[in-house]
Design a protein around this ligand. Structure first.
Ligand code: WAQ
Ligand code: MG
Length: 267
């Protein structure tokens, strides 16, 4: 589903469902598009047959919430975790600066993600205004029910967490992907995350200040020039179904936060 106002992107959503759920899903998506505060003047829903192609089954990244309330503290911790994943400090600083300013060359938010060389910080999106959009991913029916309940039990009932965890899981499994950094462009939603196969989905309740309307995603990739085509094809077209999930933990207190960053110890 894609909703826009005067050609400007407002919201989008992806689902992978069985044929019998198509109708109800389309209704759900249109309802979702119309529910936004800024009502769209165009809503497009595309229904596409996967043509017997079986989705790749993935287990969701483990979720860790680090309770750091100040934006600056959260960004410093996020930056350390990214560097622990092997991303250069220059690159991390560049990514944070881009998302803070609006990552498109025009200074606007992008519709998709920045693809950044994890060593040099060089950008590799074919279109820097738009970025690369991950598509064709969803929770399986059973996992959807389970993770919704687990998230709600942990006080994480916002649809953004549910959706971002699936998206981050698909991205983390991409060829050459080292990690991802994200925070929302929704002025009311301050949470963001750093995600990777080794760190999991590490959330921060405030990776930006309330009222801030700039956000986005940066995907850090090892040697992107060698595998860009592969990576984009995987993100845009390979169907992925998240059929299992792992642990949800919350980390508070300086000592535990340090231990997590140093040893990824969150048991
Ligand atoms: N593929 C690539 N990039 C995307 C996609 C996609 N499918 N969807 C959104 N983006 C980029 C785009 O630049 C958006 O401006 C930006 O990400 C933010 O999108 O509580 O809600 O949908 O754990 O506003 C993270 C924390 C919430 C959730 C992220 O992002 C939590 C969020 P939004
Ligand atoms: Mg948004």
């Amino acid at each position: 589903m894609h909703a826009s106002l005067s050609e400007k992107h407002i919201s989008g959503n992806e689902r992978i469902v069985t044929a019998r759920s198509i109708e109800s899903t389309v209704v759900e998506l249109v309802r979702r598009a119309m529910n936004k505060d800024s009502s769209p003047d165009r809503v497009t829903v595309t229904v596409e047959d996967l043509k017997g192609r079986h989705p790749r089954l993935l287990t969701a990244l483990d979720v860790v919430t680090i309770q750091a309330s100040a934006q600056e503290t959260a960004r410093a911790l996020a930056s350390r975790i990214l560097q622990k994943n092997g991303i250069s400090s220059i690159c991390v600083e560049r990514a944070i600066r881009l998302l803070t300013r609006g990552a498109a060359p025009s200074g606007e938010n992008m519709r998709g993600a920045v693809v950044m060389d994890a060593a040099s910080g060089e950008r590799f999106e074919p279109d820097q205004e738009r970025g690369v959009r991950a598509s064709r991913f969803d929770w399986s029916e059973e996992a959807a029910e389970g993770i919704r309940k687990r998230l709600a039990d942990s006080g994480l009932s916002h649809f953004r967490t549910y959706e971002a965890l699936a998206l981050a899981t698909k991205i983390a499994h991409g060829p050459g992907v080292v990690a991802e950094l994200c925070w929302s462009d929704d002025p009311d939603y301050t949470a963001g995350y750093v995600a990777s196969l080794s760190s999991g989905y590490v959330r921060f309740p405030a990776l930006k200040q309330k009222g801030g309307c700039k956000g986005g995603r940066v995907i850090f990739v090892q040697d992107p020039s060698a595998r860009l085509e592969y990576l984009i094809r995987y993100l845009e077209t390979e169907p992925v179904l998240i059929h299992q999930f792992g642990s949800l933990t919350e980390i508070t207190g300086q000592g535990s936060i340090e231990a997590f960053i140093k040893y990824h110890n969150h048991v």
